[in-house]
Design a protein around this ligand. Structure first.
Ligand SMILES: *[C@@H]1O[C@H](CO)[C@@H](O)[C@H](O)[C@H]1NC(C)=O
Ligand SMILES: *[C@@H]1O[C@H](CO)[C@@H](O)[C@H](O)[C@H]1NC(C)=O
Ligand SMILES: *[C@@H]1O[C@H](CO)[C@@H](O)[C@H](O)[C@H]1NC(C)=O
Ligand SMILES: *[C@@H]1O[C@H](CO)[C@@H](O)[C@H](O)[C@H]1NC(C)=O
Ligand SMILES: *[C@@H]1O[C@H](CO)[C@@H](O)[C@H](O)[C@H]1NC(C)=O
Ligand SMILES: *[C@@H]1O[C@H](CO)[C@@H](O)[C@H](O)[C@H]1NC(C)=O
Ligand SMILES: *[C@@H]1O[C@H](CO)[C@@H](O)[C@H](O)[C@H]1NC(C)=O
Ligand SMILES: *[C@@H]1O[C@H](CO)[C@@H](O)[C@H](O)[C@H]1NC(C)=O
Length: 312
């Protein structure tokens, strides 16, 4: 059995010189800036010449894609790829008219294939959109009031976006992956921004496929259960190879449409040898941890909104 952790490659935040616009404005109310012609479910249809939207494809191994000032920074983050095996590209749709205050992430998809990796390091990539709320993060847990996650996603076989996630066909095809929020925390404010120097990793899995995709501590059984807006999460934990304590909340069904305040999943860990109110969270990202799939699969995120509110 194999135990996973998300260990993201270092981010090289690169000011990208290409002319792409600002995040598309799908707000969490599912209103799209009043533009009834935009279809997040068919991003390719929105990019006719002269359109306010543009779609860019990024296939690099890892660096931050920040095509506009905004709340999220994207990263293909192929941190576990050693010998150029497999391939992964990320499509990001942007809206030239969106403002710096836009709170929704651009529509994105990720298409990839990888062979199975070594059992001790099975993860190839964690393509993600990372929250970049510079005025708020790192946030001390005692000051974190809510951590809202609004995510709609699909996963399908092939190189095209699917509307419906057919878990049976994904499992049959041998996909090993999850869909997750990944967070890092530490008692030291600065270290909490680092995926490797932080003390704690907290993950929230909304989906998972394949028997190699197991949270650290699964053999010890669930240590806690908590329900958020109808989704029941089970907690597993243990230490990873870096000595970080890793806490994984696994949804008991593949939850392709989630809206809720997930801050309790972080705040409750104090009683489970986890972070306590004086600790800081400095990193929060949403994406898919790609272990392997021999054929192309496509992860699609038509809607993503994350927010942190503070007490002060
Ligand atoms: C947030 O901070 C990062 C790192 O200092 C910087 O690259 C980025 O442009 C900032 N983003 C915004 C929206 O201010
Ligand atoms: C499989 O995915 C890769 C990476 O996104 C892409 O370059 C390639 O064209 C895809 N292959 C097929 C057959 O669609
Ligand atoms: C990603 O964008 C490319 C064009 O750059 C397009 O050919 C491909 O079909 C897109 N992939 C998905 C999954 O929509
Ligand atoms: C996928 O769903 C969207 C939104 O419900 C819809 O507009 C679109 O037509 C659907 N596409 C297909 C191929 O069914
Ligand atoms: C995992 O699943 C594959 C096929 O889906 C099977 O061949 C393999 O034996 C399973 N491994 C374990 C450890 O259960
Ligand atoms: C998601 O669906 C797959 C296939 O049906 C199943 O093996 C897996 O356990 C499901 N994951 C969750 C978290 O329910
Ligand atoms: C629960 O989810 C629904 C939509 O899925 C949302 O409208 C509602 O505000 C959520 N409730 C809470 C308490 O987050
Ligand atoms: C920790 O446990 C104590 C005693 O059972 C309880 O009062 C407290 O609310 C718990 N704290 C959290 C964060 O769950």
């Amino acid at each position: 059995m194999i135990f996973l952790t998300l260990l993201s490659a270092a981010l090289f935040a690169f000011p990208v010189a290409v002319t792409v616009g600002v995040y598309i404005g799908i707000e969490h109310q599912r209103v799209f800036n009043g533009d009834s012609h935009f279809s997040p479910w068919n991003p390719g249809s929105n990019t006719d010449p002269g359109s306010r939207y543009s779609l860019e494809t990024y296939c690099q191994k890892a660096y931050g894609i920040e095509p506009f000032p905004g709340r999220y920074i994207f990263n293909p983050n192929q941190w576990g790829v050693k010998n150029n095996e497999g391939e992964l590209c990320m499509n990001i749709t942007t809206d030239k008219t969106a403002t710096k205050d836009s709170t929704a992430a651009g529509v994105f998809s990720v298409t990839y294939n990888y062979p199975p990796g070594p059992p001790e390091e099975p993860v190839h990539a964690f393509p993600n959109a990372k929250l970049q709320m510079n005025d708020t993060l790192p946030v001390q847990l005692s000051n974190m009031e809510t951590l809202i996650l609004d995510a709609v996603w699909t996963y399908g076989l092939g190189s095209v976006i699917v509307n419906d996630t057919d878990s049976a066909s994904l499992t049959e095809a041998g996909l090993n992956a999850n869909v997750a929020v990944d967070m890092f925390l530490a008692s030291d404010k600065q270290k909490s921004t680092s995926t490797t120097d932080s003390d704690y990793e907290v993950m929230v899995w909304l989906g998972r496929w394949g028997n190699a995709t197991q949270p650290i501590g699964i053999l010890d059984g669930s240590k806690d259960t908590h329900e958020i807006n109808g989704t029941v999460f089970d907690l597993y934990y243990g230490a990873n190879g870096l000595g970080q304590r890793v806490f994984t909340w696994v949804a008991d069904t593949n939850t392709t449409n989630f809206y809720g305040d997930i801050s309790p999943l972080v705040q409750r860990l104090g009683n489970s040898t986890g972070p306590v109110p004086v600790d800081y969270m400095g990193y929060a990202a949403f994406g898919t941890e790609a272990l392997y799939s021999v054929q192309n699969v496509t992860f699609f995120v038509p809607e993503l909104f994350m927010d942190i509110t503070t007490v002060e």
